[in-house]
Design a binder for this molecule. Structure first.
Ligand code: FES
Length: 110
């Protein structure tokens, strides 16, 4: 399992979501109450950039047509998207955000 530094913790303020690159993946990293989470930055409806959306009550709202995804698990929560996205393990090492992006986390019900 390879790990990659993707940003500084200060780059993702509490209550915000940001786009980061990890290997050949683009990810949406969220800060929920000081805890960091990462999911794919590509909406399953029509490839909207989730990391450019809004973070509301633990959900990322796609900026294109408003589908919602669980920022922690990637689970799809509302139309027009119907498929979930992958989530990845995030580690904080000092001031660095490190992500294991070569293998998504397992998700129940997939
Ligand atoms: S591209 Fe995300 S809701 Fe359409």
């Amino acid at each position: 399992m390879s790990k990659e530094r993707v940003a500084a913790t200060s780059d993702v303020p509490e209550g915000e979501v940001r786009v980061v690159e990890c290997g050949d993946r683009s990810l949406a990293v969220s800060n929920i109450d000081g805890e960091l989470f990462a999911i794919d930055n590509k909406c399953t409806h029509d490839n909207g950039p989730l990391g450019e959306g809004r973070l509301q009550r633990g959900r990322i709202i796609c900026p294109r047509h408003g589908a919602a995804f669980d920022a922690k698990t990637g689970k799809v929560l509302s139309l027009p998207a119907v498929r979930s996205v992958n989530a990845y393990r995030v580690i904080t090492e000092g001031d660095d955000i490190v992500i294991e992006c070569d293998e998504p986390l397992e998700r129940d019900g997939r």
